[in-house]
Ligand binder design. Structure first.
Ligand code: GLA
Length: 338
């Protein structure tokens, strides 16, 4: 494992942003101290050619103004919170409204657009990047002074992300990473020719605001626990595909009975991505509103979105005693030819 540290730029507040480049014979990854963003991730195709499979920008300025949440740490609450309201201990907290009348991904001035304290090292052949930041009580309206610690680990062909949140009072947290994957390599093609397998029991039907309203196990637009060609899904006339701008933008309730929660493969390049998480849900988004439509697919491994309305019985409270933690791993491999 090799580690290279570079200065990537300075934020508009004059803080130095670092780029950490870990590389071994399976993976070459760049991660920024800004937003914990995965700036690029190169893995070999079946002929051993390393190419980038995660959408990114060249400059810090673009990350500071990114409307798409490219590969950043996302939270305090990933996804949309209806009416930007969070109720904890009977108190209603008014969150910032940055997506119509809802809160999206914890607001605009939050974990994804700040520079984190960062420390990189190699421990017994494993690349480890530790990122820390503090979010004060009522930042973007959320309760609790929270210390966040996110650890990226790169080991052989696997990237693991561990998220931790320590709050001094009752709150709710739900973090994820918003990377857009495209296994064609250097974005030669859209994701349409790639195949996805979601090991789920159903999905959350969404309304016109992309808020989940019910769990759907029958009226499916994608096969569960079987590979589907993404083109067929993206082109589908299903009302749930249309309502999110043509594609997927839904929470999938993971079945947790398979080795991986989600799998993506690209027959042409031979690349495969296998995702495993301790979280109950994968919010999958096919980049329906990207400048280059369907140029990447997000696997946002997380808790139930809009949990207080969608799945209130599953709500967890975090505080000094109950720490927030989640773990997700992304494994890259060469797939067998069909
Ligand atoms: C955000 C969300 C995605 C999707 C888009 C739609 O990026 O993370 O899941 O809903 O908004 O614009």
């Amino acid at each position: 494992m090799k580690l290279n540290v570079l200065k990537f730029g300075q934020t508009s507040f004059g803080e130095d942003v670092f780029l950490y480049n870990f590389s071994n014979k399976y993976i070459d990854i760049e991660i920024l101290s800004y937003g914990g963003v995965i700036k690029s991730l190169k893995v070999p195709d079946r002929n051993g050619n390393f190419e980038n499979v995660v959408l990114g920008y060249n400059s810090l300025k673009e990350y500071e103004n990114d409307p798409y949440h490219y590969a950043c740490i996302t939270g305090r609450i990933a996804g949309r919170t209806k009416d930007a309201l969070l109720k904890i201990d009977g108190i209603e907290y008014q969150l910032s409204k940055n997506n119509g009348k809802n809160n999206l991904h914890g607001g605009d001035k939050t974990l994804h657009n700040r520079n984190w304290q960062s420390k990189a090292e190699i421990v017994e052949g494993e690349g480890v990047l530790t990122l820390e930041t503090f979010s004060p009580h009522l930042e973007e309206g959320f309760p609790g002074n929270v210390n966040f610690k996110v650890i990226y680990r790169i080991n052989k062909n696997k990237v693991t992300i561990e998220y931790n949140g320590f709050s001094d009072r009752n709150t709710y947290l739900n973090l994820t990473n918003h990377a857009y994957f495209n296994l064609s390599g250097d974005f030669k093609e859209t994701i349409a020719s790639q195949d996805v397998k979601i090991n789920a029991i159903g999905y959350g039907r969404v309304d016109e605001e992309t808020l989940p309203i019910s769990i759907e196990k029958e009226d499916l637009f994608i096969k569960m626990s079987k590979y589907s060609n993404l083109n067929e899904v993206l082109e589908s006339k299903h009302q749930q595909v249309k309502i999110v701008g043509g594609g997927i933008d839904h929470p999938f309730i993971l079945s947790k009975d398979s080795e991986y929660d989600v799998e993506l493969k690209d027959e042409k390049s031979g690349r495969g991505l296998f995702v495993k998480s301790d979280q109950p849900v994968a919010v999958i988004y096919t980049g329906n509103f990207l400048e280059h439509t369907h140029n990447g697919i997000c696997f946002e491994m997380q808790d139930y979105p809009d949990i207080q309305n969608f799945m209130p019985s599953k709500l967890k409270i975090y505080n000094k005693i109950e720490k927030y933690q989640q773990n997700t791993e992304f494994l890259f491999d060469i797939i067998c030819k069909n």
